[in-house]
Design a protein. Structure first.
Ligand SMILES: Nc1ncnc2c1ncn2[C@@H]1O[C@H](COP(=O)(O)OP(=O)(O)O)[C@@H](O)[C@H]1O
Ligand SMILES: [Mg+2]
Length: 247
């Protein structure tokens, strides 16, 4: 299916839904027939395996590959429930001892087997973020509509542009919209997009199915509010037009 696209999923701030977006976007892309690898960059604080219902499937992780203890495929776990979706877990310890070039090499090494590699960044702009930035060819910034989160995402976006150049594609996902009971969420959304200054690719509503499905390691129910937004973001990522409907 052509060139592998390597997407950094980042935010600046923690707890805004990067991992949920990685998982549910990964599932949507896999449903569309793509081969998807989720790469977890949150060393020492793993969680994607649980969110995907794929825990304890491989004795190896990315750290073992980079240390030469196993082949890349020994550490990749293939989902039983979602055809086309695989996971590479972060090192159990931290990133010390790993070079930026290592992850770039690894992504290149395995890219022939995937259409999409989603790099789930940890919070902040530390080592994991930078490793992902070097390996990625585009980024999705995830924010919730609150001022601190928006400011952090704007900083992350500026850093990405500075390091990767203005041709590096960045898109914005506004997550958990409708969570606050105060006022209408639509004017907030405009302000968020203006402040981050990154083109919007999708809006994901606050939806208890997201947290429930992530906690239980199952796919999002088709009837859940967030299902279609993730479907549409996946189509748009692939260059298809899907109207933005925000209720
Ligand atoms: N759209 C959403 N609706 C409801 N809960 C959400 C939504 N997105 C994320 N969450 C919840 O927010 C918390 C943080 O999400 P997570 O994806 O782990 O964030 P991050 O990876 O940015 O730290 C989790 O408990 C998750 O279930
Ligand atoms: Mg996370």
């Amino acid at each position: 299916m052509g060139l592998t696209r390597k997407v950094l999923i980042a935010s600046g701030k923690g707890g805004v839904g990067k991992s949920c977006c990685s998982v549910f976007l990964g599932q949507a892309l896999a449903r569309h027939g793509f081969r998807v690898l989720l790469v977890e960059l949150d060393a020492g604080l793993r969680g994607l395996d649980l969110m995907l219902g794929m825990e304890n499937k491989s004795p190896y992780d990315m750290g073992d590959i980079l240390k030469g203890l196993c082949d890349p495929y020994d550490a990749v776990t293939v989902s039983d429930s979602q055809k086309g979706l695989s996971l590479l877990s972060a090192p159990a310890g931290d990133w010390s001892g790993f070079q930026h070039a290592d992850l770039v090499w690894l992504c290149r090494e395995i890219s022939a087997y995937y259409d999409w590699i989603l790099l789930d960044s940890p919070a902040g702009i530390g080592r994991g973020f930078r490793l992902g930035m070097d390996a990625a060819d585009r980024a999705l910034l995830v924010v919730t509509p609150d001022p601190i989160c928006v400011r952090d995402a704007a900083s992350a976006s500026i850093l990405l542009e500075r390091e990767k150049g203005s041709g590096f594609s960045q898109r914005l996902i506004v997550n958990r919209v409708g969570k606050t009971a105060v006022g209408d969420s639509l004017p907030d959304l405009d302000a968020v997009i203006d402040q981050v200054a990154v083109q919007l690719i999708g809006v994901v509503p606050e939806d208890s199915s997201v947290s429930l499905s992530a906690a239980n390691g199952v796919s999002l129910p088709v009837a859940s509010k967030a299902f279609l937004p993730f479907e549409n973001i996946a189509w748009r990522l692939d260059g298809d037009y899907r109207p933005l409907a925000v209720q």
